[in-house]
Design a protein around this ligand. Structure first.
Ligand SMILES: *[C@@H]1O[C@H](CO)[C@@H](O)[C@H](O)[C@H]1NC(C)=O
Ligand SMILES: *[C@@H]1O[C@H](CO)[C@@H](O)[C@H](O)[C@H]1NC(C)=O
Ligand SMILES: *[C@@H]1O[C@H](CO)[C@@H](O)[C@H](O)[C@H]1NC(C)=O
Ligand SMILES: *[C@@H]1O[C@H](CO)[C@@H](O)[C@H](O)[C@H]1NC(C)=O
Ligand SMILES: *[C@@H]1O[C@H](CO)[C@@H](O)[C@H](O)[C@H]1NC(C)=O
Ligand SMILES: *[C@@H]1O[C@H](CO)[C@@H](O)[C@H](O)[C@H]1NC(C)=O
Ligand SMILES: *[C@@H]1O[C@H](CO)[C@@H](O)[C@H](O)[C@H]1NC(C)=O
Ligand SMILES: *[C@@H]1O[C@H](CO)[C@@H](O)[C@H](O)[C@H]1NC(C)=O
Length: 362
């Protein structure tokens, strides 16, 4: 009994408040995806004050499937430094009967994505709304049913191609996504499929299916916009996440007042107002890296070990949050540039000795 009390006394001052700790014993990996706090797999492993940080890992699938609890979106990447996550979205499509020339719809699948109430919003910077197919009129509405954005795509004959890619005349069109968007309900429509349609030729080379989807813009340009597809496929979408919860949300200026809810836990962390929607994100300060959301999460970067990023051609000395790069003893100059150090010749040294080391006396 006495020993128990002693243990308690010893342990108490060492333990930070419960909210400040990264929950112990939680798995941080699902397949190839790393799950850093404030995200967590299962109960009590994530930041509790906000929705959307709780994830589920289905190990019965090959590869294991990571999803946002309560939403079902499949997560394929999470970044702390950029406060982004990549999830998969099925492309919506409408497929037409081309053989009879009637333009009859053979199948239509529209896949919405709802993020409302979660920490996520669609990234206005990294994601785009894209429609492919000829002809294709695609747009999406928000959860109120109001039009957000859309575009139309047709196929001009190749000899009459217009410059630029995915500008609407090459079987592909795109629209930007506004800030603060939490809900996406796409519609894929057609026009000019019937031969009788007048006022323009939209059918130069009609495709069997017209598609519309939100997509990681970089991924899309890399994959190439010119694909003639017929089946279903999923694409990656970039989301911005932030600490947005009603009690804990708000700007950095207001949230610092409430120490229990403040999410930036590491000593070497900074608070940044969210660039998309309400709330804030945390980052390690310059010269530190790691997880700013946990105590002791931001660690000093050893710049001397990363020569490509922090070149040093002299003597490199790592310091907390920075590093020193100096010329070797007896040399002077700028050691951060190649051949920047010069040997101090005997004459200069002798002169310095005589005049009492000029730089020190100044
Ligand atoms: C996981 O990563 C390994 C090594 O990079 C790779 O070979 C494998 O295909 C990846 N698995 C999945 C499901 O992405
Ligand atoms: C966080 O810091 C890293 C490294 O300094 C930087 O690359 C990144 O853009 C920062 N993140 C945000 C959200 O500002
Ligand atoms: C995406 O499409 C696949 C195949 O059609 C389907 O199994 C899956 O449930 C769809 N995902 C969503 C989120 O609708
Ligand atoms: C998201 O919005 C829909 C429609 O407005 C609503 O039915 C649903 O409950 C909302 N979900 C959350 C988590 O707020
Ligand atoms: C239609 O597409 C086919 C196959 O890609 C191509 O050979 C043909 O030139 C196209 N026709 C027109 C009018 O662009
Ligand atoms: C698109 O693919 C379908 C089926 O693979 C093919 O019949 C059709 O000719 C293709 N269209 C173009 C324009 O390449
Ligand atoms: C601080 O945040 C916690 C958790 O969100 C909340 O319960 C509490 O009321 C807040 N305190 C103040 C003074 O705002
Ligand atoms: C050394 O050279 C680098 C690169 O040209 C420059 O950025 C830096 O300011 C120089 N340092 C000194 C002390 O002159």
């Amino acid at each position: 009994m006495a020993m128990f009390a002693v243990l308690l006394l010893l342990a108490a001052p060492l333990l930070p408040p419960a909210a400040a700790q990264q929950p112990p014993g939680c798995r941080r990996q699902c397949g190839n995806v790393t799950v850093p706090y404030p995200f967590g797999i299962g109960a009590r492993c994530h930041r509790a004050e906000d929705r959307g940080f709780r994830l589920e890992c289905d190990d019965t699938r090959h590869p294991p499937r990571l999803t946002v609890a309560g939403y079902g979106h499949e997560v394929v990447a999470i970044s702390l430094a950029s406060a982004e996550a990549t999830v998969l979205l099925n492309a919506s499509r409408a497929c037409y009967d081309r053989t009879s020339g009637s333009g009859r719809v053979l199948g239509r699948r529209e896949y919405p994505m709802a993020l409302n109430g979660s920490a996520f919003l669609f990234s206005s910077m990294k994601s785009k709304f894209v429609a492919i197919g000829c002809p294709d009129l695609a747009y999406f509405v928000d959860d109120g049913g109001y039009y957000v954005t859309g575009c139309m795509s047709v196929c001009r004959p190749s000899e009459r191609a217009l410059p630029g890619s995915c500008r609407g005349g090459d079987g592909c069109c795109q629209s930007n996504i506004p800030l603060g968007l939490a809900s996406y309900r796409p519609h894929v429509r057609s026009f000019g499929r019937r031969q009788q349609q007048q006022g323009g030729t939209f059918l130069a080379n009609s495709t069997g299916c017209a598609y519309a989807f939100m997509v990681d813009a970089w991924w899309f340009w890399y994959a190439g916009s010119h694909f003639n597809r017929t089946g279903d496929f999923a694409v990656p979408v970039v989301l911005d996440w932030a600490i947005r919860g009603a009690g804990a949300g708000g700007s950095c200026a207001t949230v610092r007042e409430n120490a229990t809810a403040y999410a930036c836990r590491s000593a070497h962390s900074v608070c940044l107002d969210s660039s998309n929607g309400p709330g804030y994100v945390c980052n390690c300060t310059s010269g530190y890296e790691g997880n700013p959301y946990v105590l002791g999460g931001c660690n000093d970067v050893d710049e001397c070990a990363e020569h490509d990023l922090y070149p040093c051609y002299g003597v490199c000395t790592n310091t907390p949050g920075s590093y020193l790069c100096t010329c070797p003893k007896g040399w002077s100059g700028n050691a951060t540039v190649q051949d920047g150090c010069h040997q101090q010749d005997k004459f200069t040294l002798a002169l310095k000795a005589v005049t009492g080391t000029t730089c020190l006396s100044r």
